[in-house]
Design a protein around this ligand. Structure first.
Ligand SMILES: [Zn+2]
Length: 112
């Protein structure tokens, strides 16, 4: 049996989160360990482990659309970054696909 990860539990409202955006496809909430003044996690409601498990169409578009909408709502459309860590070597710690929307400070390039 599949044991639910923390993001599935947030989606099911079994544990609380500071939800700032939600539609039929994705949910977005503040990261509990923010790396910038704005650090929102955008999570598809369908469980998939990571970027390697995306369907051919659907959720990727929903994630990107949500990112642009959230940036607009938060007033950071002029400067934000979307990051998807895929795999432990890249820093993925929760194995339910999610994108980090980071903004509110100057962002260096290349990222670390
Ligand atoms: Zn999950």
């Amino acid at each position: 049996m599949y044991l639910m990860d923390i993001f599935c539990k947030i989606i099911n409202k079994e544990i609380p989160a500071e939800i700032i955006y939600e539609n039929n496809h994705v949910i977005a909430f503040n990261d509990i360990n923010p790396v910038a003044p704005i650090h929102v996690l955008i999570v598809p409601k369908t469980h998939m482990e990571g970027l390697n498990n995306l369907p051919e169409e659907g959720d990727q578009q929903h994630i990107l659309n949500a990112a642009a909408e959230i940036a607009k709502q938060l007033g950071v459309s002029d400067g934000y970054r979307l990051v998807i860590n895929c795999g432990e070597k890249a820093g993925q710690t929760v194995f339910h696909l999610h994108a980090h929307l980071i903004a509110g400070r100057d962002l260096a390039w290349p990222p670390g």
